[in-house]
Design a protein around this ligand. Sequence first.
Ligand code: ADP
Ligand code: MG
Length: 322
Amino acid sequence: DSLSNKIAAGEVVERPSSIVKELVENSIDAESTSIEIALEEAGLTSIRVTDNGKGMSRHDAVLAFERHATSKISNERDLFRIRTLGFRGEALASIASVSKISLWTSDGETEGTEVQIEGGVILKESDAAFRKGTDMTVAQLFYNTPARLKYMKTIQTELGHTIDLVNRLALSHPHIAFKLSHHSQTILQTSGNGDQQRVLNDIYGPAVARKMVPFNGENADFKVNGYVTLPEMTRASKNYMTHIVNGRWVKSYASNDAVLNGLHTYLPIGRYPVAVINVETDPFLTDVNVHPAKQHIRLSKEGELLSLIKSSVHEAVKRAII
Ligand code: ADP
Ligand code: MG
């Protein structure tokens, strides 16, 4: 119902970047190879996400806005083997309850569907010619929850959160071509050719990307690899370390510390590297169902992973410096 959707929205939809995250993750789960994100006023006025993924049938397009409608897991066992980014089936219902959504989608088999929905109420549902994929616009965010709207920071702050998010998603998915624009000005564009170093170049520029040292390591349960800057290319913030577990960008203080410990003797005080850390493991060892935003995960054998990250980073940088 509309009240519980609004309550859930409080957890999932904190700000424009949270919506971008949910929409883009849906595009990724739909196996898109190209995802465009276009913002007006940092997304407060409009967020449009266009993908070339598998799209939805007319039935699924309407169902998508129902709470707990997910096509991604069907039984409890699946919950422990999650490969998709979404699985809770509540994001679209929550977003729809606090905005005005226009959706065009087609699964390539039927003609296509248009859905218009305002504050969770479907205003229009009709056949509409559309190529395979999905084009969703979330407009007038929080128009019916003024308290939340008032809480929004400046355009620059909100935009900063979204740029940071899209950078991390692009890094996590080098096989997808991303384009992010704000008032039709391109902010980030990646090629989707699968080369993570090239994405680092697109985000941080050649001066940083060229100075990044590759590292890798492996034990019985984990495979890690990534890139880390040499000590002279450090920053004053920890915010430039990106952790990716089985393709999902996650926040991990412990993993930050593992990288820093690996660099310890080389790192000036108060300085932090630009780094990307990719971890592959059996999904059975991970639990992503910790919080609705799915940004934190629990790992069995975390200590083992942390020491692997630390030693892999340490060895690689030591070799590069000598
Ligand atoms: P979840 O991602 O947890 O399943 P959501 O509320 O984010 O839940 O989305 C509901 C459903 O809508 C998804 O399970 C998927 O079937 C469908 N869907 C949403 N966005 C897209 C998209 N861009 N392409 C294809 N299907 C989509
Ligand atoms: Mg989702």
